[in-house]
Write a protein that binds this ligand. Structure first.
Ligand code: HEC
Length: 132
């Protein structure tokens, strides 16, 4: 999984800057092992490409836009009522039933994984945290 942000940036920066950034990232990873991309929650075996396709096919954003304006992504509120990976996947499941999309469980997971990557970015559960 590569962040679009990172790939877009790294193409233009000079190697020296890139090395420095890599060094800083490595240092940060060492100093703060709980902060970084790896510590985000990941839905096991999720097919991200399938999730992106389903989100586009079912016009999720179009309806969210009508309600929220902008690109509609303001509807995804990681700190709102839907505040764990499990609850978020449950919401996707609920919506798909409501919308009569008849998705397979792995399709629901694929959509949830894309929303996680692009919007919610829930951290991976750690021992001290509340259970999802
Ligand atoms: C017909 C309109 C409509 C469509 C189509 C739609 N949604 Fe929604 N969705 C909503 C509305 C309205 C809400 C806000 C509910 C609320 O007020 O909490 C929502 C909320 C959500 C939330 C919870 C947001 C949060 O953090 O509280 C998720 C997740 C979500 N939708 C996913 C999807 C996905 C995935 C699809 C496409 C498969 C989809 N929705 C299609 C209307 C729609």
């Amino acid at each position: 999984m590569t962040l679009a942000l990172c790939t877009g940036e790294s193409r233009d920066v000079r190697p020296r800057v890139r090395r420095l950034a890599a060094g800083l990232a490595a240092a940060a990873a060492l100093a703060l092992p709980t902060v970084g991309a790896q510590t985000l929650h990941r839905f096991a075996d999720a097919d991200l490409a399938l999730g992106e396709k389903l989100i586009a096919e079912h016009a999720c954003a179009a309806c969210h836009q009508r309600k929220m304006g902008g690109d509609g992504s303001a509807i995804y509120r990681p700190k709102g009522r839907i505040n764990t990976p499990g609850a978020m996947r449950g919401m996707v499941d609920y919506c798909s039933v409501e919308l009569k999309l008849q998705l397979f469980p792995e399709e629901v997971t694929a959509i949830a994984a894309v929303l996680q990557r692009d919007h919610y970015r829930f951290p991976a559960a750690n021992p001290g945290a509340a259970k999802p």
